[in-house]
Design a protein around this ligand. Structure first.
Ligand code: FNR
Length: 186
């Protein structure tokens, strides 16, 4: 059956390299349905805001998460960690903790940086945070894209590096296959 995959970009920057990489996923597969799940309009997390029910942006964000078969997060690394805007979004999605939109959701992690370590530290942190939320994170596989500025055509906003394209294609196939094989541990 056709899968619907949500894409969350951990950068709010207009010309984000990570957004270009996420767009490359959409462009490389006609059989998967992709939906952007935006995080830029979420308020800063504050438990007081939950008291009268979720703000509209938050409830739409949670519904968008619920409506997809899996999510791929494509995110930069800030100061060897997860960007604050992404952590903020995940905190919102984690509520209420016993019945969160993210509970048991299959998630894949991809990151790109002009630097040399491909967002490795940020991905480790994100994995740890998601596991605390009882999210299924694709095991073993990582997509760490370093020197990303050399792998894209910035004017056209497209990924051009063939090796990275092949790697992403393979990752996507593994992610989709894995979704149907996650053990039910309830
Ligand atoms: C960065 N950058 C960065 N890169 C990296 O590989 N490791 C890091 O720890 C950091 N730290 C960091 C902190 C802050 C506050 C900023 C603004 C940037 C550089 C970062 O990878 C670069 O700005 C990317 O272009 C951001 O991704 P997008 O917005 O292009 O997707």
């Amino acid at each position: 059956m056709t899968k619907t995959i949500g894409l969350i970009c951990g950068s709010l920057r207009k010309n984000s390299y990570n957004r270009i990489i996420a767009q490359a996923l959409i462009d490389m597969d006609d059989f998967i349905k992709f939906r952007w799940i935006e995080i830029k309009d979420l308020p800063l997390f504050n438990e007081d805001l939950e008291l009268g029910g979720d703000p509209v942006t938050v409830s739409s964000f949670k519904s968008e998460i619920q409506d997809v078969d899996g999510i791929i997060i494509v995110s930069p690394e800030y100061n060897a960690g997860i960007p604050g805007v992404l952590k903020n979004a995940l905190d919102w999605a984690s509520r209420p903790s016993k019945d969160s939109a993210l509970n048991r959701k299959p998630v894949g992690l991809i990151g790109a940086t002009p630097g040399g370590l491909g967002t490795a530290f940020s991905q480790l942190q994100t994995r740890q945070i998601l596991e605390a939320m009882q999210v299924h994170v694709l095991p073993f596989q990582k997509v760490l894209i370093s020197q990303v500025h050399e792998k894209i055509d910035f004017d056209q906003k497209v990924l051009t590096d063939e090796k990275t394209k092949r790697y992403l294609q393979r990752y996507l196939q593994q992610f989709i296959h894995w979704i149907d094989h996650i053990p039910n541990l309830d």
